[in-house]
Ligand binder design. Structure first.
Ligand code: SF4
Length: 205
């Protein structure tokens, strides 16, 4: 049976669907829906989609920005209405992404507008099973206290062979994809200044 032959369920033959068959079957299935019916009649939805997009960003303020997710650094346009983000899309003026975004970048909107986004600092005491909401100031002090304590306890000035290293192997710095280049640059300077040598980032350094 060739790849383009009709499908068959009889006679125990393997069912194979050629490209033409697939398109025909897909069109038939789509014709059962309103959109499928329109598409089947040759109606293009592109103008309606463009109009919907135009309405969504009508009167919005446009601010140029950069996708934070990877070092490609695609340019974006952020549309806001009354200070709230209503849309983020690729900037067509950008010479390297020309208005496009990859699937990750295209989902950037949910970084900001997301009901699951954590907005409070949570702390779980050693041995506890529940999280407590704590003040950011308290959490920052606690982190600083533990960093200082760990560094003091584990700092190695020289190796047994006398080589000067000034480092601690007890801490690891892991950056996040939503940190921008500049912040990551400051971060790694900070960690190196403390003697941390294990520094990693998902995307940018
Ligand atoms: S994650 Fe995608 S959209 Fe964002 S900068 Fe990288 S390639 Fe561009």
């Amino acid at each position: 049976m060739s790849r383009t032959s009709p499908t068959s369920c009889a006679g125990g033959d393997d069912m194979q669907v050629g490209r033409r068959d697939f398109l025909r079957l897909t069109a038939s299935a789509g014709a059962g829906t309103a959109i499928g019916g329109l598409v089947g009649l040759g109606v293009t939805l592109a103008p309606a989609e463009a109009r919907a997009q135009e309405l969504r960003i009508k009167d919005a303020k446009t601010t140029p920005s950069i996708c934070p997710f990877c070092s490609v650094g695609c340019a974006t346009l952020i549309h806001t209405v009354d200070g709230k983000i209503v849309n983020i899309e690729g900037d067509p003026r950008s010479p390297h992404n020309e208005g496009t975004l990859c699937p990750k970048g295209a989902a950037i909107y949910q970084l900001h507008m997301n009901p699951n986004r954590a907005t409070k600092v949570l702390h779980r005491k050693p041995g506890a099973s529940d999280w407590d909401v704590v003040e950011l100031e308290w959490a920052m002090d606690r982190v600083a206290e533990l960093i200082k304590q760990t560094r003091d306890e584990t700092f190695i000035e020289k190796l047994p062979n006398g080589k000067l290293v000034n480092m601690t192997p007890a801490m690891f710095a892991l950056g996040g994809a939503t940190l921008d280049n500049e912040f990551n640059h400051v971060c790694q300077k900070f960690w190196r200044g403390l003697g941390v040598v294990a520094i990693e980032n998902q995307a940018r350094i």
